[in-house]
Design a protein around this ligand. Sequence first.
Ligand SMILES: [Ca+2]
Ligand SMILES: [Ca+2]
Length: 211
Amino acid sequence: MNIVASDAGMNAVDPVMNKETRSTKFFLVCAVFALILGIFIRTTGLQKANRIASDSKVVESQMEKLRNQLGDMKQAGEDLDRATWARIQSDLRSLNPEIFSHHQLIWQKFDPAARVRLLPGLDQQPGTIDVDDNVNGVIDDASELGATFSDDLCIVEAAVSAPSNIKPSLVLQRGGYIDAKQVMTNQTRYADRILIQHQSRDDSWSLVLDW
Ligand SMILES: [Ca+2]
Ligand SMILES: [Ca+2]
């Protein structure tokens, strides 16, 4: 009889203990999961940062190589003309086939009459669409053109090309670098440039080298 009474007492306590045990286990599982998640996020972030740093070093190394090669190809006092440009492109491409599979080379000249123009971007509204970027009480008014964090564009139009008909737009200044084929005026104040544009599935960037 004593044994039966003792068993009944234990059965009365067990549900409480089981509940506490389950709570403790649940807490531990959550803590371990949170720890693993934190480690995973941290590791992923570090891997991404390392990958970006590694890619940047590769790009930096490629650009340094191109800069040195251009320096070797340039003869003292030599101006960039069509014949020289054709030779340089050919030489650079044959020396760096792996680089130029994703790169474009553009010879640029300074056009003193070029128009540096602000456009509203893909959302077709000044600044960010439906946002009063300059807090003047009017949403998407023309004075928001070029607002920070918006998709607005800054382009350079050659003097010989027709002005953009996109509205609204704003010409910030005259004078800018454009494709040499579109420059009709000769000026010697600013050196020609070589624009290198990179475009791949994962990234895009551009770099300018002075001639
Ligand atoms: Ca916009
Ligand atoms: Ca506004």
